[in-house]
Design a binder for this molecule. Structure first.
Ligand code: HEM
Ligand SMILES: [Ca+2]
Length: 316
């Protein structure tokens, strides 16, 4: 395997304990709060889709920096910043100004998926993390609002969101499987649960009726915006391919999950959904391949950017 700009074992000489420190701390965080596995995976995604995988999402408001944390898709939604702070703190003690925050996000996402559910069953897919990213010295609030896909997007919009990042249809379908873990707020899935188009399709999706009744009880047509429901209703705590089985049955939580089966793109999307629903190993290997590709988006290397001392602030 080759990578044009990043390396395996990048910290072998400069910070030999880096990988160990990260995985131990992810393990502890996930033991304390199982949902944290989902949240940490999502952080890497929300970082990479805005100016690339450069830890821009971790910056707080300060000086000229307007934090991406305030953007629509992130506000009151992204979690896990304290876990990243703790890991960074230990890494700074072990090897000052060496391990970038952007690399921490990439390692943490890998460990979160690998360790998410090993205590119950087996973990999720595993992949080798390429390293050597540097941290941005700016954030992009506008970018976060513009480039992170919305749950009410059409299939064509999702495809073009991913294309803008150099990701293709297979990446879109495989990475959407990240919704096998974690939760969404009522305000993210209300529109889909009260969508009349879905009613028309209810004959096609008989099992959707019960599902919809449950979701409506969690999420009334107004209020309770922050009530939460699992993205994968059938196996919420397990990284598996049930996400695809759910959407084939009309039981995806978000509009953006359901469009993978209700809208079509020359038959390609639905074909992939069926493949991943039928073959978990193939889903795992595609997920791994696509997340490595995602981790390469617009990375800063060489003399670009910096290695932040504190992931929340650019160095003084
Ligand atoms: C395809 C476009 C995508 C859309 C429209 C989308 C949208 C969303 C939304 C709306 C939520 C719930 C947020 C909330 O209500 O607080 C969510 C949660 C989540 N997303 Fe996505 N997402 C997409 C792709 C991805 C990808 C590529 C990944 C990772 C590989 C991912 C991983 C997650 C995870 C793990 C959660 C749960 C987080 C938690 O429980 O803290 N999503 N997503
Ligand atoms: Ca970024």
């Amino acid at each position: 395997v080759e990578n044009e700009v990043l390396y395996l074992d990048y910290y072998k000489e400069t910070c030999p304990l880096a990988e160990e420190i990260v995985s131990r701390n992810v393990e502890i965080a996930v033991l304390k709060d199982p949902r944290m596995a989902a949240s940490l995976l999502r952080l890497h995604f929300h970082d990479c889709f805005v100016m690339g995988c450069d830890a821009s999402i971790l910056l707080d408001n300060h000086g000229d920096i307007i934090s991406e944390k305030q953007a629509g898709p992130n506000l009151n939604s992204v979690r896990g910043f304290k876990v990243i702070d703790e890991i960074k703190y230990i890494l700074e003690e072990a090897c000052p100004l060496t391990v970038s925050c952007a690399d921490i996000l990439a390692m943490v996402a890998r460990d979160a998926v690998a360790l998410c559910c090993v205590f119950h069953q087996r973990g999720g897919p595993r992949w080798k993390v390429w390293l050597g990213r540097r941290d941005s010295m700016k954030a992009s609030l506008d970018g976060a609002n513009q480039f992170i896909p919305a749950p009410n997007s059409s299939l064509e919009t999702l495809i073009s969101n991913f294309n803008e990042q150099g990701l293709d249809i297979e990446d879109l379908v495989a990475l959407s499987g990240g919704h096998t873990l974690g939760k969404a707020r009522c305000m993210s899935f209300r529109q889909r649960v009260y969508d009349i188009n879905m009613e028309e399709k209810r004959d096609k999706y008989k099992r959707y009726r019960t599902f919809r009744r449950i979701l409506r009880s969690i999420c009334p047509d107004s209020g309770r915006d922050d009530a939460i429901a699992p993205l994968d209703f059938s196996t919420p705590a397990k990284f598996d391919n049930h996400y695809y089985i759910n959407i084939l049955e009309g039981n995806g939580l978000l509009g953006s999950d359901n469009v993978l089966v209700t809208e079509d793109h020359e038959g390609e999307i639905i074909k992939l959904v069926w493949v991943f629903a039928a073959n978990e190993e193939l889903f795992f290997s595609s997920f791994a391949k696509s997340i490595v590709k995602m981790g390469n988006i617009n990375v800063l290397t060489g003399l670009e950017g910096e290695i932040r001392k504190n992931c929340r602030f650019v160095n003084p």
